[in-house]
Design a protein. Structure first.
Length: 351
């Protein structure tokens, strides 16, 4: 998911803490367009950039497509991260420059590894009437951040107990383990709690955890957390108690050991220095040429084809795109999104 109107390194949200648990409230961010779809962004914040390797948390919906226009995010680039898409309702069509084409559906995780560079698009399907879910990013450690791009999908089998249901999409919890590969230890799970349910989870004491509350009101280790909040739990606990009040609760539990590396995150890029981000931006801009304004090339009706210039490809809207670090999104004919202007100030390292 990309957003030109908000930069991840500029997010500031309110927070409160109690008994070691910090509750962070979201900032509403428009994704752009005349009927902009809005998302609630809780990570990063100025005072906290990561929870484990999780470096970005967007939460959206339920959003009526008839009013918002749904999601239509044209091809855009990523480096140095993995994107994790999780839906509660609706469907999103994913295409990327590694050749992956998949539908994101509720209860199924799609994980895209950007590595050294990838571009992708996300568009809600024509049959989607309500869109509701989360878009999450994971920072790759320095030794793995230049890996080849890739894609993984997993539909976890629900794990159930008295008053609760869990779907473990990354890592291990409640006796279930996801097969999806990650480059640092991670936990990602959806949990549903019936009213009045208390669930005590055995967790890794080396992990810090984040609890993103989608519905209801929840006590996280005794600290009240309201709908749309993100509760941060520091390392040191081997049990985490979640207690629902008088309404059903749905939440995402995220976790991992402290990342231990500084990152620089701007727009859709994760790097290590200001200069590296500048170079990534320049490479993307070099790949994307302005619309020529001429009639579409009739040879492109069936998809991307080689143009008369061997270093370029033509899409039906006469957009010219040069292959490079980020590749070309296979089968997508939306014009790629240009990068925003860099700020005047030097980009800061964050931990």
């Amino acid at each position: 998911m990309s957003n030109l109107e908000d930069r991840p390194d500029e997010v500031t949200c309110a927070s409160s803490s109690s008994a070691g648990v910090e509750v962070m409230t979201p900032r509403e961010v428009p994704l752009g367009g005349p009927r902009a779809m809005h998302v609630r962004r809780t990570l990063p914040q100025r005072h906290r950039s990561l929870i484990g390797a999780w470096c970005f948390v967007d939460h959206y919906g339920p959003d009526e497509v008839s009013a918002s226009g749904g999601m239509s995010v044209a091809p855009h680039p990523h480096t140095g991260l993995q994107t994790v898409s999780w839906l509660f309702s609706g469907e999103i069509e994913h295409r990327d420059s590694a050749g992956s084409h998949a539908i994101v559906r509720p209860g199924e995780v799609n994980l895209m590894t950007a590595g050294r560079g990838i571009s992708h698009s996300e568009v809600s399907t024509a049959t989607t009437t309500s869109l509701h879910g989360a878009q999450l990013w994971v920072a790759l450690p320095d030794g793995d951040r230049h890996v080849d791009p890739g894609f993984a999908h997993h539909a976890p089998t629900p794990v159930t107990g008295a008053g609760w249901t869990a779907r473990v999409f990354l890592g291990s919890l409640l006796g279930d383990t996801s097969p999806v590969p990650t480059y640092t230890p991670l936990l990602g799970a959806e949990l549903l709690l019936e009213p009045g349910t208390t669930l005590a989870l055995d967790v890794d004491a080396s992990f810090e955890h984040g609890v993103l509350l989608d519905t209801g009101v929840l006590a996280v280790a005794g600290t009240e957390t309201k709908q749309h909040d993100l509760a941060y739990v520091p390392p040191g606990r081997d049990r985490l108690e979640l207690r629902a009040y008088d309404a059903p609760v749905r939440l995402l539990l995220l976790g991992g050991p402290p990342f231990g590396e500084s990152i620089v995150m701007w727009w859709n890029f994760v790097g290590r220095t200001h200069e590296e981000i500048v170079a990534f931006r320049a490479e993307w801009q070099d790949q994307v040429a302005e619309r020529s304004g001429s009639a579409p090339d009739p040879r492109a009706a069936g998809g991307l084809v080689e143009s008369s210039a061997p270093s370029e490809r033509v899409v039906p809207d006469a957009q010219r795109v040069r292959p490079g670090r980020f590749g070309i999104v296979v089968g997508d004919h939306l014009p790629p999104i240009p990068a925003p202007v860099l700020p005047n100030a030097r980009l800061k390292e964050r931990r």
